[in-house]
Design a binder for this molecule. Structure first.
Ligand SMILES: Cc1ncc(COP(=O)(O)O)c(C=O)c1O
Length: 279
């Protein structure tokens, strides 16, 4: 992660090499803190308020104080001004702080990871891995808590076995999501994606692609789909996230998929929308 700028509550712009979280912050002790990751296009964060609203929902589920959205917006503007680049990744962290102190708000601007565009050219290979379906809110389904180590461990496991990333399925092999992505597949003119009530993250990119699909001649069907049946029928597979945008998938486990038109068309439409909309 190449850091371009950092802003912290009560301090303003901070040298990215400076420490910002105390050792007795609950974020470190128990992983009880929340975060958001979003894409900056033309210097403006895309869907900023939607991401801040999701941060607030995550904070409620984790059981910490709700974030100060105005403060986070101020910090984002400061950090983006300092970074002064059109395209970047903006991250927010909101921690409860130390027992005797205030919550900590952080806005961090980093460069777009260099591996993304080559991976988009090549397409990714995913490995299906078991993840329990999490329907109880206290299991933090669809919550961007900083306890993401299990998601990262799944990505590592996929890489260790020669794949690019993981694809979570539940005990009945119902398709869920990736460690940091939502998943999609196309059968003719219909795009399929797992329903939010399966206990997956309500991706902002997912929501944007649902909006864009109709204009490109695709319908969207959300539901609970068995992986093996989905793989048999799919003409094309891709994932979506704020940072990776629309990422073609050319293999899941042993199955192989051709590159199809939908991922490319949605990627172009997403960039056009983001470029026009700013925040
Ligand atoms: C588990 C999970 N699913 C899906 C996504 C995609 O969400 P978004 O499109 O809002 O980036 C993410 C993003 O980090 C994620 O962590």
């Amino acid at each position: 992660m190449r850091t371009l700028a950092l802003a912290v509550s009560g301090r303003g712009l901070v040298d990215p090499a400076e420490p910002v979280i105390r050792a007795d912050d609950e974020a470190l002790a128990r992983g009880r803190a929340v975060f958001e990751t979003l894409r900056v296009y033309g210097g403006a964060p895309f869907r900023l308020h939607e991401h801040l609203d999701r941060l607030a929902r995550s904070a409620i589920l984790v059981g910490i104080q709700e974030p100060d959205q105005a403060e986070l917006e101020r910090l984002a503007a400061l950090a983006l001004g300092r970074a002064a680049v059109p395209d970047a990744v903006l991250r927010f962290y909101w921690t409860p702080g130390p027992p005797d102190g205030d919550p900590v708000a952080v806005a961090l601007v980093t460069a777009i990871p260099a591996w993304i565009e080559p991976a988009r050219e090549r397409g990714q290979h995913l490995l299906s891995l078991l993840s329990p379906r999490r329907s109880a809110p206290w299991l933090l389904a669809g919550t961007k808590s900083t306890s993401y180590a299990a998601n990262m461990a799944a990505e590592l496991e996929a890489k260790r076995r020669g794949f690019d990333d993981a694809l979570f399925v539940d005990a009945d092999r119902v398709v869920l999501e990736g460690p940091v992505t939502n998943v999609w597949w196309r059968v003719e003119q219909t795009l399929y994606t797992p329903a939010l009530d399966l206990g997956i993250l309500a991706g902002e990119t997912r929501a944007t692609l649902v909006e864009l699909a109709g204009g490109l001649g695709y319908s969207v069907t959300e539901g609970a789909f068995a992986l093996d049946e989905a793989l048999r029928e799919a003409d094309e597979v891709f994932t979506s996230s704020s940072v990776r945008e629309v990422m073609p998938v050319v293999g899941v486990d042993e199955a192989r998929f051709p590159r199809g038109p939908a991922a490319g068309e949605l990627q172009v439409a997403l960039r056009r929308l983001a470029g026009g909309e700013g925040s």
